[in-house]
Design a protein around this ligand. Structure first.
Ligand code: ZN
Length: 132
């Protein structure tokens, strides 16, 4: 796998106003809230240099983010790594015995292709691989 950089850090939040607190601390205004229907969440991005914080809001009772917050509380949810040739990365990971969440990369909030490595493969650390 060729990892290029950390694209963003996903943070699961319970309340809508959290972005205002983070924006006040960092002096950065987030992007507009966007719905990700397939995940039952909304997201906002806070850009810091060439990386970002992604705030994840559960909108649906059954979303995995909602379940994550119930189980572990709000906080760091995943780290997204930009990679070169996502399909090839997924193939290599499967050959090494790692599993992914879903069979194929999906198109995420900003139109980039992405896939999560299953947390069972990484002792609970959720890694998202994305290709731009
Ligand atoms: Zn993400």
């Amino acid at each position: 796998m060729k990892a290029i950089r950390i694209d963003h850090i996903g943070i699961a939040v319970e309340k809508e106003g959290v972005w205002e607190t983070i924006a006040e601390i960092l002096g950065i205004r987030p992007s507009e809230k966007q719905k990700v229907e397939s995940e039952g969440i909304s997201v906002r991005f806070l850009k810091i240099g060439d990386t970002r914080i992604e705030l994840l809001y559960p909108e649906d009772e059954n979303s995995t983010v909602k379940k994550f917050i119930e189980k572990r509380g709000p906080g760091i949810h995943h780290i997204a790594i930009e990679v070169e040739d996502l399909e090839k990365c997924v193939k290599e990971l499967r050959e090494k015995g790692f599993s992914t969440v879903g069979e194929k990369p999906v198109t995420g909030a900003e139109g980039y292709r992405a896939i999560f490595i299953h947390p069972k493969s990484t002792q609970g650390v959720l890694l998202e691989l994305i290709e731009k």
